[in-house]
Design a protein around this ligand. Sequence first.
Ligand code: PRP
Length: 219
Amino acid sequence: MNDSQPLTLALSKGKLLEPSLQLFEKVGYDLTALRSKSRRLMMDEPQGQLRFLSAKGPDVPVYVEHGVADLGIAGRDVLEETGADVLVPLFLGFGQCRMVLAAPQSRPHQDLRLAHDLRVATKYPAITQRWFRRQGLSAQIVGLGGSIELAPEAGLADIIVDIVETGRTLHENNLVEAETILNIEACLIVNRASHKLRLNEINRLISKIAAVVAPERKS
Ligand code: PRP
């Protein structure tokens, strides 16, 4: 069904873009047009099988949940934060990092856990709120758009919840990791209705992606 229409795939424009493009190139698609410096945000690959949307990371699950994109690649952080109702058939083995609670070097984490009215700066208010509730701790969430590591030293928050990859940003801003909240990697996500309506096409694509991802996971 619908074999003449390309499957639409939402990609994240940030750090996940390059490994996502490499993944589809390994699967066999020609992505020269996507790699051009064009500002076009929607492009088909030459065979007309796949249409790519370039979206902001947090918007990828939105496009997929609404069925505008049949599939997408999103970080687990974004999936958990948006709570999008999508299928997650594959973890892709790239974009690995972790979400942590981090505290100033000068204030040991144990003290912070005993403190009342903790102010926590984060780009992930939903995940942070859930984590604090589960721990039986109360916290005032300060929502920010980025540069979260600035908040404690600048006096906006006591601690932060943010992504750590190399640890360099924490270190250079006098912060230390206290707890890991979530291990993150890129996930393939699929719209529920698309998965029913275009089952064979989507399963074929998932199998091709899985075949490329699986050997890399073992090495
Ligand atoms: C991310 C994250 C940390 C940093 C971690 O920020 O929010 O700030 O990378 O990387 P590191 O552990 O290797 O230092 P990003 O660069 O995406 O920008 P942002 O601060 O605006 O979110």
